[in-house]
Design a protein around this ligand. Structure first.
Ligand code: FAD
Length: 416
């Protein structure tokens, strides 16, 4: 008897959705079941801290594909459904209602959750004005509270924090950003770009308290809202009154399912170049996966849409038995105050930064070199630079710093 093969995908996010549609596009003919615990079909998260928070995008515009597409592709969507365990011996995913879904291949695409701010003794869930930002539900909970004149204390000066700062200012909300680091985006960029971005935010009235450590919060009498954020700056304790608090201090990958099933986990679910975990019948992709990177020369876990999409296509090809290695060259974009920032590579360990263009005109690129090789670039308002930089960074090209800085030399001419 012919038994149809089944791929079960756990997590209907950016990567999970792309695995499902990619399987069909690449010719997979078996059953595809996409299980997600959110109420929505796969959607894009980037607008959550940008256009959707600003109210400029409607819910349906977030969806990666209309629901009808999944039907057309014969993909079974099981939304609002949590996978609670993976039984590798039986090759079954266990759902929250106790039912089981048999699989031939399982793809874990569980993403991550916002990292919690340690606030000992405080029941954060009960606080109506303390927010984290990962999902549509999170934005829906906070958006109506972003009223002109309110004061938002943003904990974390990373991308999500700065994008929310930009949106909040545009909504008339006053913003104070607190971070333990001495400068914004300190984990991902050099001081030149940090200084520039901080300057743009300051011009729009954002106040920075950095480096400052959050010591705790004070609550209202009912213990249902934060009243003040307590910070220590230069050894002095201070209290910042807050109407709203948003914590954006990073992501914790959702690896518990994999770990409980005995799969290797080390800052993400450990996978090979083809997205296979330590069990070849189980793959993992996107934010939850830790993959080898030829570019980085080590294992990395990436948190970005391009990685989620590329990694998903790699997994689909692996399922189909025509494996292609993951490219895993990190790239990312952000939008703040109408500026588009694009980054490629990892600048960690650079020994020289060369800039091209004009910070005043908000059109410049910062190139990061290590021992003469281009390892990363941050590009603001110069899309052509970005396209060339992607190619140069992917091969860590040896480039003449003078040519990088000289606007008369076309960057594209340095490629190849
Ligand atoms: P997710 O999209 O998080 O999807 C995982 C899904 O799995 C979720 O729906 C989750 O609820 C579900 N799930 C988890 N466990 C289970 C379970 N046991 N059972 C069923 N379902 C489960 N990237 C960029 O490149 N550019 C940007 O500008 C950018 N901006 C961002 C702004 C915000 C506010 C956020 C939150 C992220 C942003 N990102 C951006 C990052 C990007 O969205 C992520 O890298 C991407 O969504 C990762 O896709 P993923 O599928 O791995 O995880």
């Amino acid at each position: 008897m012919y038994v149809e093969e089944t791929v079960v995908i756990v997590g209907a996010g950016q990567a999970g959705g792309e695995v499902a549609t990619s399987l069909r596009q690449q010719g997979y003919e078996g059953r595809v079941v996409l299980v997600g615990d959110e109420a929505h079909p796969p959607y894009q998260r980037p607008p959550l801290s940008k256009g959707f928070l600003l109210g400029k995008m409607q819910l349906a515009q977030l969806y990666l594909k209309p629901e009808a597409t999944y039907e057309k592709f014969n993909i079974t969507l099981k939304l609002g459904t949590r996978v609670t365990a993976i039984d590798r011996e039986a090759r079954e995913a266990v759902l929250q209602d106790g039912s089981r879904l048999g699989y031939d291949k399982l793809v874990i695409a569980t993403g991550g959750r916002a990292r919690l701010l340690p606030l000992p003794g405080v029941e954060q869930r009960k606080l109506g004005n303390l927010f984290y930002l990962r999902s549509i539900a999170d934005v829906e909970a906070m958006r109506a509270r972003f009223e002109a004149g309110k004061h938002l204390v943003l904990i974390g000066a990373g991308y999500v924090g700065l994008e929310v700062a930009s949106a909040a200012v545009q909504l008339g909300v006053k913003v104070t950003v607190v971070d333990v680091a001495p400068r914004v985006l300190s984990r991902v960029t050099g001081p030149e770009v940090s200084g520039f971005i901080e300057g743009v935010h300051r011009e729009r009235g954002v106040v920075f308290r950095m480096p400052a450590a959050v010591q705790g919060v004070t609550l209202d009498a009912a213990e249902e809202a934060v009243r003040e954020v307590i910070v220590a700056q230069d050894g002095v304790e201070d209290r910042i009154a807050a109407d709203l608090v948003l914590v954006g201090i990073g992501l914790t990958p959702n690896t518990e399912l994999a770990a409980a099933a005995g799969l290797a986990v080390d800052d993400g679910i450990v996978v090979d170049e083809m997205a296979r975990t330590s069990d070849p019948a189980v793959l993992a992709v996107g934010d939850c996966a830790n993959q080898p990177s030829a570019y980085a020369g080590r294992r990395i876990r990436l948190e970005s849409v391009p990685n989620a999409m590329e990694h998903a296509r790699v997994a689909a090809a692996t399922v189909l038995g025509k494996p292609v290695p993951s490219p895993a060259v990190p790239w990312f974009w952000s939008e703040q105050f109408g500026m588009r920032l694009q980054m490629v590579g990892l600048s960690t360990g650079y020994d020289r930064c060369v800039t091209r263009g004009s910070m005043e005109n908000r059109a410049f690129s910062a190139f990061y070199l290590a021992e003469g090789r281009l390892i990363a670039a941050d590009v603001i308002g110069r899309p052509a630079d970005f396209q060339a930089a992607k190619k140069l960074v992917a091969v860590k090209a040896v480039v003449d710093p003078g040519a990088l800085a000289d606007e008369n030399v076309a960057l594209a001419s340095l490629v190849g």
